[in-house]
Design a protein around this ligand. Sequence first.
Ligand code: SF4
Length: 141
Amino acid sequence: MSVDKENAELMLNDSRISLQLQLYLEMKTGARLAKQEFVVSKSTIDQLRETFAAVLAEGLQTQLEPIPETLKNREKVANGLREIDREDYRKKLIVAGFADHPIWENSCAQCMYYVVSGRWCAPPEIALPVEPHWWCLLWRI
Ligand code: SF4
């Protein structure tokens, strides 16, 4: 696995991103990793984000409704996401109801789960790179 030291240090300085990178790499390798192993180049994350952007721009039909308005309904969506195979990114995008644009003027940029420094969605059931103008059913302020 390639090590991009500059970006690794940047990411390792943010414990939330470190945790998510660990999850991401575990998704990729299917193995538990020691902390020093969960270093991934920024370009790998960027590539994944670009792939999602392309798939969404091509018109992937995601489950945009119903928008869960109660905690119970949010948990249903989260549970659905937890059942998805770790590397089935397409299904994750569908079940999470991703949109590559704001919905009702809400977007990842305002969401409590958005990690600005890594353009990353933090909840483990999602744990994916995102863009600030995107949105999903788990949006929360
Ligand atoms: S939970 Fe949804 S809206 Fe919030 S940062 Fe993640 S993808 Fe964006």
